[in-house]
Structures are given as structure tokens and as C-alpha cells.
Design a protein around this ligand. Structure first.
Ligand SMILES: *Cc1c(COP(=O)(O)O)cnc(C)c1O
Length: 436
């Protein structure tokens, strides 16, 4: 099938996520045919470096043989069986492996599919646990510029106006504080953290006994534009949660499983959350699998006899699908074997060094980075400057995707030095072209 034919059929039949369909036909649609390592190939055989790890998920690279083999073997043994009232070894083992690397204090794993569906489960768990402890806590505290997914509960706790404002009339009630990652002129990140914590404290002083959870993306508000904050913010949130009896709910869907150079972003702050949501890289970027990790005290609020009504009546048809679990197990085993988390830290260091000249560019407002998670905020020269930079990179064989005026680099954690050098070289040339 030729590329123009496939594009025409796409335009006739498909509606893409986060995509303005009126602009899509003129944005030079690319038809991806295969992937290998850090590269994607289109149907014309052109090779592209996958600079956003297929939207922040690829760990070892595309087509990783041991992950593919694990999925094939699992498919031969057991393709699917419900997790409602039944169990299976791949699911048990993924839970064990997650708890092995998770912050201390987390003792149980509840599976979901996508990041949004795990965030949704965590939101309900935090509320129901409070109810079952006899407390009336229908409120959540969260941050501007936060992103937790696209389902309505997750949108309620979101703070990206462009994505979320439309739905406000439909959402659950929350208290939103400022973003810890947007500094006032001259303000340090530590000062900003203290300021937002003070704002949170004010909210909790007024309504703390009605708040079931404080919800944060630790260290990096990713979809908000790779906004980074000081680790002291997480320490402060933990203290506020303890003081006001709220759960600390951290969304590690973007940051977790190695992206920051540690297994989880909260590890940088030495903070132990009560609920932690993971997704994106869990299967190595191959299949959808997400989970909520919960502290035993939260879990125990759900125990009782059948008449107690304490069951968590929540779950999905494909919860803990065995193929997804097999992929996750193979991914986590490879990560241990190859030291991928340490590798991600080294990739981050190299990225930081390579990007130093980019930070000096007069068209660049700021380069923000934690580990491999990188945002280059450009000064707008046209309506879609970030997009223009990404288009220029595409012409040079690199796929990246902007968040507004922030050019995002999120390479596969195991990217080679050579590929990383190419990525940054192309991005620098593309910035020069667009911002000249
Ligand atoms: C991507 C993301 C989600 C949503 O995950 P999906 O798999 O897209 O549903 C939730 N939280 C954060 C922090 C994310 O980056």
C-alpha cells in the first residue's frame, strides 16, 4: 500500500488523539511501518530517531528481542484470564517486582491499563479509604499545570487549561494551588517550593479535614511543559499530608521506572508516598499496563466482610492482562540486568552537557531537565514555534513532539551515546533554523 493511499484512508476513517484534525492533513502525516532500537521507519523506508521514546515509554528500544519472546511465550501459555476473583503468576510476579523497587511503605499493587485508568483508581481509593475510616473527605488538593490523564477524575485534578478548561462544569470539586515549577522573576526553585507549600497550608488550614489526598507529579510536571521543581516541595507535601491526615498521592506515570535516573522521582527526595501511580515505561514501552501501589494502612481500610461494603468495586476487563504482565516482567528483568536506571542517569548527564550551548541560544528561554526528561522552552516567533522546531527536526530524521513552546526530548532510557549526540545535534540545528 502506497503512502498517499494510506494517508487518504487515514483521513477518511481515523480521528487522532490530541490532534487538530483540520490541520493534520497539511502537517505531513507520517505512516510508521516498523521500529528497531531507537529508530522508527516510515512506509517509504525513511529512518527516524525516536526522540520522545514513542511518547515517553520506550526503555531499551523498539523490537527488544527478550520482551518480544516473553510476549510470544506467554501468548502460547495463557493469553488472557480475568483478574476479578482469579489470579495468575505473571500478575503476581509484576506486583512483587514493583514492590521490590518501590519506595518503602508501599505494600500492595492494584493493576489498571493506561496511566489515566490507574490515576482514576488511585483517586477513588484515596476517597473510599477515608470514607471507610469514618471521615468525610471529598476534596483533593492539586497543582496548576498538573496532568494525570484524560478520564474525568484525572481531568478534575489536572491543571493544564488548554486541555482541561472545557470540562470544568463536569468535574469533581478540588482545590488547586499554584504550580511549584513556574517561578516568579528572580525566584529560586526552593523559594517557589516554599511559597506553594505555604499556599497549600492555607488551603488545609481552612478545609484540611475535608481533603482526602494531595496529588502531585513528583519533580517534573511533564505534560504541563516539563516544569521542574525542587525536591523540598515533596518533603513539604509529605509533612502537610501527615499533619492534616490526607494521603500523599504521587503520579509517577511520566517520571517512574527510571526516567529521572532513579527508579522513581520521589526517591530523589527520600519521600514515601501513600499511593503511587505508575504506567508508561512499565512494559518497556510495548503494551499498556499501569498500577497503583498503596500503603498497607490504605489497603487495610478496604478489608471487611461481604456486608461491610468495603470492597473496591472497580476494575477493568483487561486488568493485569497476562501478555502485558509478561512484557513488564521481561522489561524489569532487563533493567536490572543492564543497569538501565544508572544508564538513564548517565544519559541525563550527557544530555545536560550536550544541551549547554542550546541553553545559551538567544531564542531559548530555558532548558529544564531531570534525568532524561528534558524541555527546551523557546521564545515564540510564530504561532506554533515549538511545532516548527519539531517539523525542522523531522526533515533531519528526528521525531520529537512539542508541548506548546516547549520542545520535549525524552529519549529511550538505553539510548546510545551516538544516537543521543545525533538527537541533540539535530535539535540544535532545528532551533537555529526556526529561531534565526
Ligand atoms: C501520560 C500521563 C498520564 C496518563 O497516562 P495514559 O497512559 O496516557 O492514560 C497520567 N499522568 C502522567 C503524569 C502522565 O504523564
Amino acid at each position: 500500500m502506497s503512502v498517499p493511499d494510506l494517508v487518504a484512508r487515514d483521513l477518511a476513517a481515523v480521528w487522532h488523539p490530541f490532534t487538530q484534525q483540520a490541520l493534520w492533513p497539511s502537517d505531513d502525516p507520517l505512516v510508521i511501518d516498523r521500529g528497531r532500537g531507537a529508530h522508527l521507519f516510515d512506509t517509504d523506508g525513511n529512518r527516524y530517531l525516536d526522540g520522545v521514546s514513542s511518547l515517553w515509554v520506550t526503555v531499551h528500544g523498539h523490537g527488544e528481542p527478550s520482551i518480544n519472546a516473553a510476549i510470544r511465550e506467554q501468548a502460547e501459555r495463557l493469553d488472557h484470564s480475568t483478574f476479578l476473583g482469579l489470579t495468575h503468576e505473571p500478575g503476581i510476579r509484576v506486583a512483587e517486582e514493583l514492590l521490590r523497587v518501590a519506595p518503602r511503605g508501599l505494600g500492595k499493587v492494584f493493576f489498571a491499563g493506561d496511566g489515566s485508568s490507574a490515576a482514576e483508581a488511585a483517586i477513588k481509593i484515596a476517597y473510599q479509604a477515608a470514607v471507610q475510616r469514618g471521615e468525610d473527605r471529598p476534596l483533593y488538593v492539586h497543582c496548576a499545570e498538573g496532568y494525570h490523564g484524560d478520564t474525568l477524575g484525572a481531568v478534575s485534578l489536572g491543571g493544564v487549561e488548554l486541555f482541561h478548561a472545557t470540562y470544568r462544569p463536569l468535574l469533581i470539586e478540588t482545590r488547586m494551588v499554584a504550580s511549584p515549577g513556574i517561578m516568579e522573576p528572580g525566584q529560586s526553585r526552593a523559594e517557589r517550593a516554599a511559597q506553594v507549600l505555604a499556599e497549600m497550608r492555607g488551603v488545609l488550614h481552612r478545609e484540611g479535614e475535608r481533603v482526602c489526598a494531595i496529588v502531585v507529579e513528583p519533580l517534573v510536571q511533564a505534560a504541563g511543559g516539563i516544569l521542574t521543581h525542587d525536591p523540598s516541595f515533596l518533603v513539604g507535601v509529605r509533612r502537610l499530608c501527615d499533619e492534616f491526615g490526607a494521603a500523599m498521592l504521587v503520579d509517577e506515570v511520566a517520571t517512574g521506572i527510571g526516567a529521572t535516573g532513579r527508579w522513581f522521582a520521589v526517591d530523589h527526595a527520600g519521600v514515601e508516598p501513600d499511593l503511587m501511580v505508575v504506567g508508561k515505561r512499565l512494559t518497556g514501552g510495548v503494551l499498556p499496563l499501569s498500577a497503583v501501589l498503596v500503603r498497607d494502612s490504605v489497603y487495610e481500610a478496604f478489608l471487611g466482610d461481604a456486608a461491610s461494603g468495603r470492597t473496591f468495586f472497580h476494575g477493568h476487563t483487561y486488568t493485569a492482562n497476562p501478555l502485558c504482565c509478561a512484557a513488564a516482567l521481561a522489561n524489569l528483568a532487563l533493567m536490572h540486568e543492564r543497569g538501565t536506571v544508572a544508564r538513564a542517569a548517565a544519559v541525563g548527564e550527557r544530555l545536560g552537557a550536550l544541551l549547554e550551548p542550546v541553553g545559551e541560544h538567544e531564542g531559548v528561554r530555558e532548558v529544564r531537565r531531570v534525568g532524561t526528561m528534558t524541555g527546551i522552552e523557546v521564545l515564540p516567533v510564530t504561532e506554533r514555534t515549538g511545532f516548527a522546531v519539531c517539523s525542522a527536526a523531522r526533515r533531519r530524521g528526528v521525531i520529537i513532539r512539542p508541548l506548546g513552546d516547549v520542545v520535549v526530548l525524552m529519549p529511550p532510557l538505553a539510548i546510545t551515546d551516538g544516537d543521543l549526540d545525533e538527537l541533540v545535534g539535530v535539535v540544535a540545528e532545528s532551533l537555529d533554523e526556526v529561531l534565526a
